[in-house]
Structure formats: C-alpha cells, structure tokens
Design a protein around this ligand. Sequence first.
Ligand SMILES: Nc1nc2c(ncn2[C@@H]2O[C@H](COP(=O)(O)OP(=O)(O)OP(=O)(O)O)[C@@H](O)[C@H]2O)c(=O)[nH]1
Ligand SMILES: [Mg+2]
Length: 297
Amino acid sequence: MPELSIIVPTKNEPSARKSVLELLKAFGNSAEIIIVDKSDARHRKELAGTGALVLSQESDGYENALMEGFRLSKGDIIGTLDPDGTYSISDFGRVVAELRKGKADFVSGNRFAHPSRGAMTPSIAFGNRFLTGLFNILYRKNIHDALSGSFVMTRKAFEAMRDEEPYRAGTMFFEIELARRGYRIIDVPIGYKPRVGSTSRITRAKPIYGLNIASHSIRYARDYNPLVIFGGTGLVLVVIGLVLGLFVIGNYLHTGALTEIGRALIAFMLVVLGFLSIISGLILDLLLQIEKKLYRK
Ligand SMILES: Nc1nc2c(ncn2[C@@H]2O[C@H](COP(=O)(O)OP(=O)(O)OP(=O)(O)O)[C@@H](O)[C@H]2O)c(=O)[nH]1
Ligand SMILES: [Mg+2]
C-alpha cells in the first residue's frame, strides 16, 4: 500500500503535463498519483503520454473530481495539488511533512504567506480572506487560506466523510465536512505563482461561486455552532430594535406626543425576535453539548 496518494484534478489545463511530469519525478517512486480528468481530446492526449494513471471524470466539478480520486486511492495520506503551474512541488512536500507530525488531520498550503506579484487579483484575495474569516468564526479554527489547491489529510479523516455528497465549495467542502466531524485543520506557508496562459477552470463566475461557498459554510455551521449563528443574528436584531426604539422614545420626549406607533411596534418586534433567536441558539447549543457527551460515552 502506498503511503501517499496524490490526486490531480485537470480540466483543459495547458500546464498540466509539465506539472504531472514534475510530480512523477519528485514522488513517482513513493506515491500513487491519480489524475482525474475532465478535458477535451486534445488535452487528454497530452496527459496520456506522461505515464501517470488518468481517470476520466464521470461527474462534474472540482469537488466531485477530487472525491472520485480520493475514493479510489489507497494511501495512508491523501492529498491534492492543482497542476495549473501556480503551486510548487517542493511546497507540497512541506504540506505532507506537516501532516506527518501528527498535530493535525488536515493540512493545506497557505498561499497568502509568500505570493508572487500578481498571483491573486485584489478582489479574489479579498473574497478568499472573507470566506476564510467566516470559516474560522463558524467552525472555531485559525487558518489563513481556506481555498488552497494544495492540501492533504489522513486516511482516517477522509473515511469519515467518504460518503458525503459534494457541494460547490471548493476546498472548503472538505474543510467544512471535517470540521463538523471534529477533525483538526491547520495550514502552513507556501508560495503561489500567477496562472499563465489560461483562465480559471473551476468556474466562470467567481463572485457567484464565493456566495455559494459562504452559504454552504453558514448552512452547515447551524448544526455545528448554533450559538454563533442564532446568537449572532439575535444580537444584530436586538441592537437594530433598540436603536429604532431609542429614536421613537427620543421623539416622544421631544414632542410630547407618541406619533410613531408603527416604528415603535417594529422596534418591539425586532427586540423580541432577537431575544428568541438568542434563546434558540442557547438551547440548540445545550442540546449539541449533550449529544456530544452521549456520543463520546
Ligand atoms: N477534473 C476536473 N478538474 C477541474 C474541474 N474544474 C477545475 N479543475 C481543475 O482543478 C484545478 C483548480 O482549478 P482552477 O481553475 O485552477 O481554480 P482556481 O485555482 O480557483 O482558479 P485560478 O486562480 O484561476 O487558478 C485546476 O487544475 C483545474 O484544471 C473539473 O470540473 N473537473
Ligand atoms: Mg488555480
């Protein structure tokens, strides 16, 4: 059984051949390398000549491609690296080495550590940071880059999520599913180079992709961390209600007549709804803690 399985997703990727040859040179003797390909005939032909195992992806999308490869892999450590020329092979070795230390169940490469000039556009960088921040808050983690195309996990961690149906969240699909199951997630600094000669293959509309990721991240956190979701929403409602209420009271004191009945009612409802949401969060959190205790027993 190989110790390491490397799954390489490709979709009409001009630099895939070069990246795969580099991977084979560095890891060919010690690792199982599986390409999961969704390319047209011309790009497929280039890959066939590398000598690596090429699987034809049956499903659609990056997340499904990885799941197809991961499910077939046999290594104790399972990982992936985008072959679009933006990641370095030696950095991938350091990501694997970090997992081997046993301090985490999932390790990814943080591209914000040493990016080359122009590797990430400011808007993509902003989106990545926003989604990573959201993930950290919702799942109580402390990573720097939740959407890296270079990551590895233990066989045990993968087996826990093997039957999960992938949703469009890129690398965060794996991070959300492992975080929900209590696995440890960290990242280590890596470099990141600009994409040359081709455009993103993962999606044509990154803002919509980003919104999708945020919504999945929030949806699944409801089961994992209800206090933050319901408590946070409740707090926002209470604050808005109180501010609105203070305006109404201020006006009443000023004019001596209560004219803003509508606003007063809305303020009252917002505060009540807010409190209900906070209480729901507290109750759900309590139930989750009891469930966790029972599960451990
Ligand atoms: N098999 C398969 N591979 C895919 C699919 N979508 C993207 N890929 C590959 O997955 C890797 C990551 O996709 P990228 O397009 O680089 O995504 P990205 O890194 O967010 O975008 P860039 O910043 O433009 O590089 C690349 O090697 C793609 O060729 C897919 O549907 N199927
Ligand atoms: Mg890329």
